[in-house]
Design a binder for this molecule. Structure first.
Ligand SMILES: Cc1cc2nc3c(=O)[nH]c(=O)nc-3n(C[C@H](O)[C@H](O)[C@H](O)COP(=O)(O)OP(=O)(O)OC[C@H]3O[C@@H](n4cnc5c(N)ncnc54)[C@H](O)[C@@H]3O)c2cc1C
Length: 471
């Protein structure tokens, strides 16, 4: 049975006390803001944005050369963007999943997989070495089939992935329900490599490591303009400016400082809820003794996980694009999406009827038409950017940052030689076509989910062109 489009009245009661705040940011260990930039200064490298991409870029730059003078300019606070409001699934995939990678870069898939696993291990190693307290656990991810037609495709993908050395496992219905007990599950594939993390704590840990390494961080300091002055770039904020030879743009789905990027990325709002902590008997009713991340297998999918204090985070499904790359705080709360998510939560776990949600929020995903990061440079190589992770950037952002540094340093290596790094996604059309194309694609994806996965002519056309829309 496909998931309901509308919540029942009793579901809405579970949302009565929901705070419109990301659960991860509602944490007493959130750091005090760093100072605002209020002077004219200079640096070897300026990084714009203190999410995972910016923080990793700063840390990796310092680890490679401790004498490098690095400044981060952040519009809000570190992790106030997507990095502090995501599901905390840290995947080895650099390509938004195996299937997407294989379709786009069949010849370099083995290299992309190897680089992705090395990247994931480096994240784990760094967090452990730095003693970052972020509930990091390699507990794996279960992808649950909730419709019969999904089973064959999932098993086929498992076999193809195995030929590339990916160690995925298959669980039949009974075993899947023993791991996590939902009447909606028909079978599951399990990726043991996935790490689950408290993302805000990871970002704050990286922030601390950057400060200890001598990075100068300015928060509440949005960069309003990037200008060239002879051989230098100048990053201007309302009360100051930094003169530098190199700029790394790590601004994800935010309105970009380089106009060209708005053709490649659309901000798509994704929402999540967190429940109150489950009682022992509620926990017993759903099994879920491990800390695996869980996702379901539809085009419009949910992702969910447990937290260190025994709650469930439940997100996804709706992926909402607003006219003309609409963006802002006012889009981070959406009662309609919260209602739909809550309904789907109780469809998944009817045993938990009566459980209440404490936190609900949204965040923008930097969707591009190939669903995975892209890079580029501007101002004759003085400025580089990395974005387009499309909802799978917690892990991939470290690789994104590394490549951005490679490009700024004009390095020729196994990363910069990748076709994935050298190519760009196909741009989205301008408005009003952009809204029309995104809207039509979303309606057709929903229809496919309600019609045994059968893809319409429109979706098949996009597939044939290597284009798509995802979150
Ligand atoms: C609801 C949600 C759930 C998700 N779940 C997952 C998941 O489970 N697993 C996964 O892998 N990915 C997930 N993602 C995606 C993941 O969070 C992102 O890909 C990742 O955090 C991107 O990091 P970033 O540093 O590039 O971007 P961000 O964290 O968004 O950082 C960009 C930063 O740039 C700053 N900035 C922007 N413009 C300027 C400017 N002009 N001047 C100064 N600073 C500026 C912003 O304030 C922001 O802090 C999810 C995303 C969302 C929204």
């Amino acid at each position: 049975m496909p998931f309901a489009r509308q919540p029942r009245p009793q579901t809405l009661k579970s949302l009565a006390d929901v705070a419109p705040t990301p659960f991860w940011l509602d944490d007493a260990s959130r750091p005090e803001p760093a100072p605002t930039l209020s002077s004219s200064t200079s640096a070897d490298l300026v990084i714009v944005g203190a999410g995972f991409t910016g923080l990793w870029a700063a840390l990796l730059a310092k680890e490679a050369d401790a004498s490098r003078d690095v400044i981060i300019l952040e519009a809000g606070e570190a992790a106030s963007g997507a990095s502090g409001r995501n599901g905390g699934f840290v995947s080895a995939s650099l390509t938004h999943g195996f299937e997407n990678g294989l379709e786009r870069w069949p010849n370099e898939m083995r290299a992309l997989l190897a680089l992705g696993h090395a990247n994931l291990s480096a994240i784990e190693e760094t967090a452990t070495r730095l003693g970052i307290d972020c509930d990091l656990l390699r507990s794996g991810e279960l992808t649950m089939a909730t419709e019969t037609y999904q089973l064959d495709d999932m098993r086929a993908e498992l076999e193809i992935a195995a030929a590339y050395g990916e160690k995925l496992q298959w669980f039949a219905q009974e075993e899947a329900r023993r791991l996590v007990n939902s009447p909606t599950y028909l079978g599951a594939s399990f990726d043991p490599s996935v790490i689950m993390v408290n993302p805000a704590r990871l970002a704050w840990g990286l922030r601390k490591a950057c400060l200890e390494a001598g990075v100068r961080l300015y928060e509440n300091s949005p960069v309003t303009a990037l200008e060239r002055e002879k051989n230098f770039m100048v990053a201007r904020t309302a009360h100051g400016q930094v003169r530098t030879r190199k700029v790394a743009l790590a601004t994800n789905a935010f309105p970009p400082l380089l106009k060209r990027l708005s053709y490649y990325v659309v901000p798509v709002y994704d929402y999540a809820l967190v429940t109150e902590p489950l009682t022992e008997s509620q926990r017993e009713a759903i099994g879920w003794k491990g800390r695996q991340g869980v996702g379901d297998a539809g085009n419009l999918f949910h992702y969910y996980r447990t937290t260190a204090d025994g709650r469930i985070l439940f997100g996804g499904y709706d992926a909402i694009y607003h006219w003309n790359n609409g963006f802002g705080k006012h889009l981070e709360t959406d009662r309609e999406s919260f209602g739909r998510l809550a309904e789907h939560f109780f469809e998944t776990f009817p045993q938990l009827e009566g459980l209440r949600f404490t936190h609900g929020w949204g965040g923008a995903i930097d969707t591009c038409s190939r669903f995975s990061a892209f890079w580029g440079t501007a101002y004759q190589g003085r400025v580089a950017y990395a974005l387009g992770y499309t909802g799978l950037g917690v892990g991939a952002s470290r690789f994104g940052a590394q490549v951005m540094l490679d490009l700024l340093d004009k390095k020729e290596n196994e990363r910069t030689r990748l076709e994935m790094v050298r190519s760009k996604p196909i741009p989205f059309p301008p408005e009003p076509f952009r809204s029309a194309v995104v809207g039509l694609t979303q309606r057709e994806l929903d229809k496919a989910d309600r019609n045994e996965g059968k893809r319409s002519l429109w979706l098949r056309l996009l597939d044939a062109m290597g284009l798509g829309f995802d979150s």
